[in-house]
Ligand binder design. Structure first.
Ligand code: BGC
Length: 431
């Protein structure tokens, strides 16, 4: 095998090694959510509906068994507000029990659960009120956090309130833009939202609405207060998409201004938190007019992103600079959409090497959770495969890939990968 598990640098004591998922992307039939409505609207813009997804709603014990057998000790998953509160004020006891069983199931297997309360999808009723733009949104979210405390009390230590609030805010800007232009609506987390705009939109022209940004920050703070009061010892944070903005010469000021509402405001809001989740996949080169496409000839992934694994090291360094030295970091997402599993291993090895270098330089990182445990629903399509474990879309049979065994072996050996030898193909290609 091209990449041996060792002898790279040892992982610090207690460092979490595992993988991440989100409910809507793997559970299937999330019928009370706003995304389900969008996917199933006749003539809607979503290419492919999520349908049964990976059927993890029923198969989660198998997913956790696999992760444990592979050698991991942590699993990040999300609980689904739309299942827990399918109608405003109507709490499903069965859904609460389902997620409590998941927490117990993780702990029984020796997997540290890292639980996200909100990963892009909301109950349809919440969206109908205006979603994050509704005046009562922060209070409604805090109420949901109070309900979710019943699940977290089962033994959860790390909870993330909102996944990628910066992408959510951008999505609302796109939604407003879409409404203004009479388009079909743009869904949370869709490619259009992630990329900063559909092809027809000039991303530089869109500015996240600061009222939505502030609502997300307020929702996070309100939920944090509730959670800390309800569940002693819980460590509360949120997870931010790190875009790794790189200013071209002369574009430093414009880039800093561009990055503020799209990233740094959310990092600054975490300065009093117990931890922060770092999510990084690639970089974004910036000139004075906004984001540039990947450099000519650059290798790109199935999502069209530049293969740039050292984004991870740069993201944790940037995050630590903004949040300050007292907030520990956990990498809650990092990965690559590829059909070539060797490429996944090469990318992840280089990403982990850049992470190790940042840790050596003093950045306090407490874990690495790869995106994703499973091939899953990538917000409108099943085509981009991020998974360590393949899932047959018809039989739901799970098949771990070589990358899963490779990363699991590192976890078992409690090591990062050995850095590639100078002059090796991996170094020269930047992978
Ligand atoms: C999101 C995931 C998504 C991944 C890859 C992250 O921004 O949290 O839901 O699947 O990126 O696009």
């Amino acid at each position: 095998m091209a990449h041996e598990a060792g002898p790279g640098p040892a992982l610090p004591e207690g460092f979490l090694m595992g993988a991440s998922t989100s409910a809507h992307q793997i559970e299937g039939n999330n019928v009370s959510s706003d995304w389900w409505t969008l996917e199933n609207r006749p003539g809607g813009f979503v290419a492919e509906p999520s349908g049964d997804a990976a059927d993890s709603f029923h198969r989660w014990p198998q997913d956790m068994d696999l992760l444990r057998e592979l050698g991991f000790d942590a699993y990040r998953f999300s609980i689904e507000w739309a299942r827990i509160e399918p109608r405003r004020g109507m709490i499903s006891r069965a859904a609460l029990e389902h997620y409590r069983a998941m927490v117990r199931g993780a702990l029984e297997r020796g997997l540290t659960p890292v639980v996200t309360l909100h990963h892009f999808t909301s109950p349809q009723w919440f969206s109908d009120l205006g979603g994050w733009a509704a005046p009562e949104a922060p209070d409604l979210f805090a109420d949901y956090a109070r309900t979710a405390a019943e699940i977290l009390r089962e033994g959860v230590r790390y909870v993330a309130t909102i996944n990628e609030p910066n992408i959510m805010a951008l999505m609302y800007a796109l939604k407003a833009h879409a409404v203004e232009h009479g388009w079909d609506s743009v869904a949370p987390g869709s490619r259009a939202a992630r990329e900063g705009g559909a092809a027809a939109v000039d991303p530089a022209a869109l500015e996240p609405d600061s009222a939505v940004v502030q609502a997300l920050v307020r929702a996070h703070r309100a939920a944090t207060v509730v959670l800390k009061a309800e569940v002693p010892h819980l460590r509360v944070g949120w997870t931010v998409a790190n875009q790794v903005y790189q200013a071209e010469p002369g574009a430093e000021e414009a880039t800093a201004a561009y990055a503020w509402l799209r990233e740094d405001v959310f990092l600054e809001a975490a300065r009093e938190d117990d931890w922060i989740g770092v999510q990084a996949y690639t970089r974004h080169r910036m000139d004075v007019d906004g984001a540039l496409p990947p450099p000519a000839g650059a290798e790109t992934t199935l999502t069209g992103w530049e293969v740039y694994p050292q984004a991870l090291g740069e993201a944790v360094r940037h995050t630590a600079r903004v949040v300050g030295p007292h907030v520990p970091l956990i990498v809650t997402e990092n990965g690559i959409a590829t059909e070539d599993d060797e490429q996944r291993i090469a990318y992840t090895a280089a990403a982990l090497t850049s992470l190790g270098e940042a840790m050596n330089d003093g950045v306090d990182v407490r874990g690495y959770l790869h995106w994703s445990a499973l091939d899953n629903y990538e917000w409108g399509t099943y085509r981009p495969t991020f998974g360590l474990i393949a899932v047959d879309r018809t039989t739901f049979v799970r098949t771990p890939k070589e990358s899963a065994r490779w990363l699991g072996a590192l976890s078992r050996a409690r090591r990062l990968p050995a850095p590639p030898a100078p002059g090796s193909a991996a170094v020269l290609s930047g992978r």
